[in-house]
Design a protein. Structure first.
Length: 227
């Protein structure tokens, strides 16, 4: 049986060959190893290779549903590979996303990826900070950014047991935060999602994932408010 990390590395190598065809296997492999080391750091509980795999699987689903063509899907996956590469639960708000975007920019340039792709990846990683797109890259790469937005929020629509485990994983990442402060902070993050008129941007995710996501959010918010 293939180990999950080996499967992820195989996926990266396939994407890297399309992204940076002249870089060569040694550089593709070195970058893939770096990515997997980053996603496997010991301080992570939710933002792990499991989350990365779930994002990639969600993007596969969106591509299969026609939300993305092959080039758009490649760009979306590249954003997925880098979007939480830097992750420190103790970091200031926004720091992780900005550090991840910088890593993506620098590493993709080193691999020889085209400038417009690097710009779009950087914009996509920064979009995951608040799941709003304001970059000039939005119009040209809207399909990819919309898909990343939805794939990163797929977890909201996860089956109830997975969603419960996700909540536990997030709490473990923030074990340094007292319970009352954590509940207040978590509520401040999750309540605005529940209040959005539309949670997901792609038609497939909107149609297929919204009902379960709203049920999960409603249940969590009720529990957070009850203490």
């Amino acid at each position: 049986m293939t180990h999950p990390s080996e499967a992820l590395l195989d996926r990266w190598l396939a994407d890297a060959a399309l992204l940076a065809p002249t870089a060569g296997r040694d550089l593709w492999l070195a970058e893939g190893s770096l990515l997997l080391r980053g996603w496997s750091e010991p301080q992570r509980r939710y933002h792990t290779t499991e989350h990365l795999a779930e994002v990639l699987e969600a993007l596969d689903e969106l591509q299969a549903a026609g939300s993305l063509d092959a080039d758009e899907a490649l760009l979306a996956r590249t954003i997925g590979w880098y979007h939480d590469l830097a992750y420190d639960p103790l970091a200031a708000s926004g720091s992780n996303e900005h550090r991840s975007a910088t890593l993506a920019r620098d590493h993709l340039h080193r691999l020889g990826v085209e400038d417009h792709v690097v710009e779009a990846v950087e914009a996509g990683v920064l979009m995951t900070l608040d799941h709003e797109t304001t970059s000039t890259a939005e119009d040209r790469h809207r399909a990819s950014l919309d898909a990343v937005h939805d794939a990163d929020l797929w977890i909201l629509s996860a089956p109830e047991q997975r969603y419960a485990r996700y909540r536990e994983q997030v709490r473990e990442e923030y074990a340094h935060v007292p319970d009352e402060a954590f509940r207040a902070g978590r509520l401040a993050v999750m309540a605005p999602f529940a209040e959005r008129e539309r949670l997901y941007r792609t038609e497939h995710a909107h149609t297929r994932w919204t009902a379960t996501a709203r049920a999960n959010l409603s249940r969590e918010i009720e529990q957070l408010r009850a203490g």
